[in-house]
Design a protein. Structure first.
Length: 273
C-alpha cells in the first residue's frame, strides 16, 4: 500500500500532476492515494519534495536521494559507451564473481516494465552449465536433422542453420573443451525470464551495459533461447513453469579479446513527420 505521512505532506499537488492514472487527489491540503487503482510505480515517492510518500510493499531503504555527482552521466560519454559495446565470444578461464552477477541483475530489476508489472525474473547458471550445454546442443542437432528431412521453399533459408547445429554438436562431442561453439567456455549464464518479451528485452539491454561497465563481456545466445522453447527437459532443469519463457540468454565471462575502436553501422533511417 502507498502511504502519505500527513505531518510531512504540504499539499503541493506535485504528485497529483505526475500521476497519469489519476490515483492521487489533495483533500484538506493533504495528498490522498487511491490504492485500488494505483499500480505502485513509485513516481509519487520520487517527486515528493518532503519525502511524505512511502510504501509498505517494497524496501524503502533502497530509496536514494538525487545527487548529481552520483547520478548524472554526460550524454557524449554514454553514447560512446553504447557505441563501443561488442558481443564477446572469447573468454578467459576465469570465474565471474557473484557480486558482479548480482549487480547485472540489479540493472535489470530497476528497468521499467509495462504497467509496472515487474514480471521479469532471472536464472543464473554456473554449476550446471556443462550439463545444460549438452542438452541444448543435442536439441539443436535434432532440430537441424528434422529440418533437413523436410526442406521446402519456406524452410530452405534455414538450411545453413540446420547444418551449423549438426556440426556444432558433432565437433563438441569430439572435443568438448576446444569445440564449444555454444557458450565458448564462458563460466556463467544469466537467463532473463518473463511472459513479456518486451519487458525482458528492456531489462536485458540495461544488463548488458552493466556487464560491460564491470569489465565483463557477453553475447546473447539466440540458439539457447530457441532450444529451450518446448523442451521439457531443459525447462525442468531450469525450473521454468507456466507461461514463463526465456527472453534472452546472456553468456558472461571475462573477455579474452581487446577491442580498440568502434565498428561502423548502416546509415540511420529517420522519418520526420
Amino acid at each position: 500500500m502507498m502511504n502519505v505521512n500527513s505531518e510531512k505532506c504540504i499539499g503541493c499537488g506535485i504528485c497529483v500532476k505526475d500521476c497519469f492514472l489519476n490515483c492521487i487527489e489533495v483533500v484538506d491540503r493533504k495528498a490522498k492515494i487511491n490504492n485500488v487503482t494505483c499500480m505502485k510505480c513509485g513516481h509519487c515517492i520520487a517527486v515528493c519534495p518532503k519525502s511524505a510518500v512511502s510504501t509498505d510493499e517494497y524496501d524503502m531503504e533502497e530509496v536514494e536521494e538525487y545527487n548529481e555527482a552520483k547520478f548524472k552521466i554526460e550524454s557524449d560519454n554514454l553514447l560512446n559507451f553504447i557505441k563501443f559495446r561488442r558481443s564477446v565470444r572469447q573468454f578467459k578461464d576465469k570465474d565471474v564473481e557473484t557480486e558482479k552477477l548480482l549487480k547485472i541483475i540489479e540493472a535489470g530489476r530497476f528497468t521499467q516494465t509495462a504497467t509496472n508489472a515487474q514480471n521479469v525474473s532471472y536464472i543464473v547458471v554456473k554449476d550446471n552449465i556443462e550439463q545444460l550445454k549438452e542438452m541444448v546442443l543435442e536439441n539443436l542437432k535434432n532440430r537441424g536433422e528434422e529440418l533437413l528431412k523436410n526442406l521446402n521453399p519456406q524452410t530452405l533459408p534455414f538450411k545453413r542453420y540446420a547444418e551449423l547445429w549438426i556440426r556444432m554438436y558433432n565437433e563438441y562431442r569430439e572435443n568438448p573443451k576446444m569445440n564449444d561453439k555454444l557458450f565458448f567456455n564462458a563460466p556463467a549464464l544469466i537467463l532473463v525470464v518473463s511472459e513479456s518479451s518486451i519487458n525482458g528485452g528492456l531489462a536485458s539491454s540495461n544488463m548488458e551495459l552493466m556487464t560491460n561497465a564491470q569489465g565483463l563481456g557477453t553475447f546473447f545466445s539466440g540458439f539457447f533461447a530457441l532450444a529451450a522453447q518446448g523442451d521439457e527437459k531443459i525447462r525442468k532443469i531450469l525450473g521454468l513453469e507456466g507461461n514463463k519463457e526465456i527472453v534472452t540468454c546472456m553468456v558472461i565471462g571475462y573477455p579474452n579479446v581487446k577491442f580498440i575502436r568502434t565498428a561502423p553501422r548502416k546509415n540511420v533511417s529517420i522519418s520526420w513527420k
